[in-house]
Design a protein around this ligand. Structure first.
Ligand code: CTP
Length: 391
């Protein structure tokens, strides 16, 4: 954000990006902070605002490279005549301009200035330089200026909704799940041994959470059924129910399944539960506990048997005979797709941020996705699932 009165509109922009599932890091020039306090943006974005090139306690990594490494897209809203001039001429004399010059992804510029400034030939030339370099320029619009005594004309910053549409378009975020209800399960389940001990697995829930978030980003109404023990916080934009045991997960899925269009079973559901959990803590002097096991209900298979119009996608954790295992599960559980995951590979291991998935369906040959982040994998997964939702 650079220094113009239109900074006030960027409050709504930041809020909407968050509401639609994006993460925002705000970088402000000193002049921008004259109009709206950095505290407002820190609160709205949920992240510290970057303003100072030389903060009192320097971070480990160069501060001007942090947003450049982290962001998928850079939005300059509002962009003043002065800042547009700096961008066009490669000037990096403060944190905001240094961030811009080190950013290699897509850039959206939303100019905002008085009409006489916008008409200036230098500004026009600078804008055409930015366009030639591939920057997306949104607006400015014609109409009233924010200042009471300013004449109307072309120079108003575009409304946040228009900038948002451009962000979605530039990131190729589609609305293809709009109006659909999606149920996603994530994380491990826990089977109690006694009131303080349980049997569980290493699932972090990161893949399921990324899938739930991606579905929300694509416009779906998402219910996330999340096993206790999944790491971190669930995505803010989805309705989350926390469950503990496989039986609780099964009831929660059954409750939401009838009215959903798609179920994605990412959770690592325990295959066995303990039939005789102790009512009080087992004492070690009594010796090894007598634990009786029984198989849990296969929730995915239940969904495959009971579905009407719902699309159903399961995951398969296979450590050997990968493809055969996935194909067997696809058939036996009567689902549209099995997403194959080999947790023994370092890039696919439990708890990591990257993964390598293979999508196995009946209607075409398996699709091998490249090693990528779980966020990217979730996006690619939905590109491949949408065909089961049409009609
Ligand atoms: N699943 C389920 N209910 C269970 C166990 C698994 O719904 N009680 C789901 C998982 O969420 C996943 C799929 O079934 O989508 C496959 O899970 P996986 O652990 O790979 O296989 P299992 O069916 O449990 O079979 P096995 O452990 O023998 O490989």
């Amino acid at each position: 954000m650079t220094g113009g009165i239109a900074v006030y509109k960027s409050c709504y922009l930041v809020r909407e990006i968050r509401r639609q599932g994006g993460d925002v890091c705000v970088v402000m020039t000193d002049s921008a902070s004259e109009f709206v306090s950095p505290l407002t943006f820190a609160t709205l974005s949920g992240n510290p605002v970057l303003q100072d090139m030389f903060p009192e306690s320097p971070p480990e990594n160069p501060i001007h490279l942090q947003p450049s490494d982290w962001g998928d897209i850079l939005v300059i809203a509002p962009a003043t005549a002065n800042f547009i001039g700096k961008l066009a001429n490669g000037i990096a004399d403060d944190l905001a301009s240094s961030v811009c010059i080190s950013f290699s992804g897509k850039v959206i510029v939303a100019p905002a200035m008085n009409p006489r400034m916008w008409d200036n030939p230098a500004v026009k030339d600078n804008i055409s330089i930015l366009r030639k370099r591939g920057f997306e320029v949104v607006g400015p619009e014609s109409g009233e200026m924010a200042g009471v005594n300013e004449n109307a004309g072309e120079g108003r910053m575009s409304e946040p909704d228009k900038i948002l549409r451009q962000i979605r378009e530039s990131l190729a975020v589609t609305d293809d799940l709009s109006g659909k209800s999606v149920v996603v399960t994530s994380g491990p389940t826990r089977e109690p041994i006694d009131p303080v001990r349980f049997v569980s697995n290493r699932s972090s829930g990161k893949m399921g959470d990324a899938i739930a978030k991606q579905a929300a980003l694509r416009g779906a109404n998402v219910t996330l059924i999340r096993g206790r023990g999944a790491e971190g916080e669930p995505p803010a934009e989805v309705k989350t129910f926390v469950v503990e045991t496989a039986a609780e997960m099964s009831s929660a899925v059954k409750e939401h399944f009838t009215s959903c269009n798609l179920l994605v079973m990412t959770a690592a559901v325990s295959d066995w539960s303990i039939t005789n959990p102790a009512k009080s803590k087992l004492k070690k002097h009594v010796g090894e506990p007598d634990i009786q096991w029984k198989q849990t209900e296969d929730i995915l298979a239940w969904a495959g048997q009971n579905r009407t119009a719902q699309a159903v996608v399961g995951f398969a954790l296979e450590t050997s005979n990968h493809l055969e295992g996935a194909q067997k599960k696809l058939k036996e559980k009567n689902v549209d797709m099995i997403v194959l995951n080999d947790p023994t590979q370092s890039h696919s291991s439990f708890g990591g941020d990257s993964t390598k998935l293979t999508l196995v369906a009946n209607d075409k040959a398996p699709v091998e996705l490249p090693v990528c982040t779980k966020k990217e994998a979730a996006n690619k997964l939905f590109d491949n699932i949408s065909r089961f939702l049409q009609g």
